[in-house]
Design a protein around this ligand. Structure first.
Ligand code: ATP
Length: 451
């Protein structure tokens, strides 16, 4: 399991994640994704979108605006009830979320705490030039409500039949009282949410289906089984409108915490919006000739929390020839760079050949070219950022037109003709074992020791 400090340091050193506004002292609970982080995040979102939208007949996507009519948040209950109890320590002045405090004492210094007061987590601003109450708008605290208020639009335009779902990925904002734990709890973050509409009565079955689907999604992307578990909420823990809720929990560096929540929200949201807007938000079932309000199953995940789980799970240290090798064993679909092309040295004959190989490979996969420092250090750098395969161009390449592929996890190497390179890399990225050779390929000892 990764130590949080090591992970934060690697993310900064290698360009995964930076503190927001760092040169001005930093903006608490806001993070910037660097050149590798942005690719990681895109890959996570794409894997989620492919699994849940593109690969399914019963799902469509949506991209709503972040600013919505204030009435949305009155109807959803957020304006009234999306709050956490806030307590201040009278001695050290630290702020705490009531549910994080036990025994009424400050967890930091043991001092006396103020009475809890409810604090709404929505960020408020104004639409238009006048800063007055009537112009108040909120930055959305979740993407879900955009889906509910577009239910009729999507139904009318797609003619979907139940059961079907609407998926959305986008930014959400919460003025969290306590932050920390890196990107686990941010004030600005991204969500990946599904509202899956079903016939009442079939909801328990669909709830189970989605819990299983979502658990398997993480496992299929390489999360270790021992670090992932499902936690069912007890009846007392449930929100008043929910019939069931199960969290997918991950063993983060600070302990087991929620990675994603799957809830059976019944017909609560559609009914609330129908009542507040005066619009009918029902479904006409052509099979039974009935009209009813669908129930909804909501799998709600966070992109940033998923990124933290994938990074923490992938982080590994091992000793190779007396030295520590840090390696991010990221699943190949998630890894920001799939292939790095490394000429053995900056030699004037090698560089053009390596550039030529890179030009061919980058058309097929996100790839990187690197000719700085020794080959050993470049291997280590690629291991640390999680690149599954590196390709070395050496002096023999100029004679035999073949290159060496090295696998990140096993450090095994094979030599393949340049003409076979893209095809071989594609098969390896699809899961083929390193031992399988293309025509003209052979096993290879490698350049590791030449660093
Ligand atoms: P928590 O109890 O940790 O505050 P929550 O139960 O309020 O989370 P939900 O409202 O269920 O969270 O949000 C769904 C998902 O959105 C969470 O599982 C998480 O992945 C993500 N998420 C929620 N709040 C944050 C945040 N402040 N920073 C990063 N991700 C978040």
């Amino acid at each position: 399991m990764a130590d949080m400090d090591k992970l934060v340091s690697l993310c900064k050193r290698r360009g995964y994640i930076f503190q927001s506004s760092e040169i001005y002292g930093g903006m608490s609970a806001c993070w910037d994704y660097g050149p590798l982080g942005v690719e990681l995040k895109r890959n996570i979102k794409e894997a989620w979108w492919n699994a849940n939208v593109r690969d399914r007949d019963d799902m469509v996507g949506l991209d709503c605006s972040i600013l919505m009519h204030r009435a949305v948040w009155a109807a959803s209950g957020h304006e009234e009830g999306f709050s956490d109890p806030l307590q201040d320590c009278k001695a050290c002045h630290q702020r705490w979320r009531g549910d994080d405090v036990t025994g009424g004492k400050c967890p930091a210094c043991g001092g006396e705490l103020t009475e809890p007061r409810m604090f709404n987590l929505m960020f408020k601003t104004f639409a238009g030039p006048v800063e007055e109450e009537a112009a108040t708008v909120y930055l959305r605290p979740e993407t879900a409500q955009g889906i509910f208020v577009n239910f009729a639009n999507v139904l009318d335009t797609t003619r979907k039949r139940l059961p079907f779902g609407i998926a959305q990925i986008g930014k959400a904002f919460r003025n969290e009282i306590t932050t920390g734990n890196f990107i686990f709890r941010c004030r600005e973050f991204e969500q990946m949410e599904i509202e899956y509409f079903v016939k009442p009565g079939s909801d328990d079955e669909w709830f189970k289906f989605w819990v299983e689907q979502r658990y398997n999604w993480y496992i299929n992307l390489g999360i270790k089984k021992e670090n992932l578990k499902l936690r069912e909420h007890s009846k007392e823990d449930l929100a008043h409108y929910a019939r069931a809720c199960t969290d997918v929990e991950y063993l983060f560096p600070m302990g087991w915490s929620e990675l994603e929540g799957i809830a059976n929200r019944t017909d609560f949201d559609l009914k609330q919006h129908a009542e507040h807007s005066g619009r009918e938000l029902t479904y006409f079932d052509p099979e039974t000739n009935e009209r009813y309000v669908p129930y909804v199953i909501e799998p709600s995940a966070g992109v940033d929390r998923a990124a933290l789980a994938f990074l923490a799970d992938a982080y590994d240290e091992e000793t190779v020839k007396g030295e520590t090798r840090v390696v991010l064993r990221l699943h190949r679909d998630i890894a920001p760079v799939k292939v790095a092309i490394l000429p053995l040295s900056k030699n004037e004959k090698l560089v053009p050949k390596a550039r030529e190989v890179h030009t061919a490979v980058r058309k097929c996969f996100p790839s990187m070219y690197d000719d700085t420092q020794s080959i050993g250090r470049r291997y280590r750098r690629q291991d640390e950022i999680g690149t599954p395969y590196t390709v070395t161009v050496d002096f023999d390449t100029l004679e035999d037109n073949a290159v060496t592929i090295r696998e990140r996890d096993s450090m095994k190497q094979i030599r393949v003709p340049v003409a076979e390179l893209a095809g071989t890399l594609q098969r390896k990225l699809d899961g083929e074992a390193m031992e399988v050779l293309p025509p003209g390929g052979r096993y290879w000892s490698g350049f590791e020791e030449e660093s």
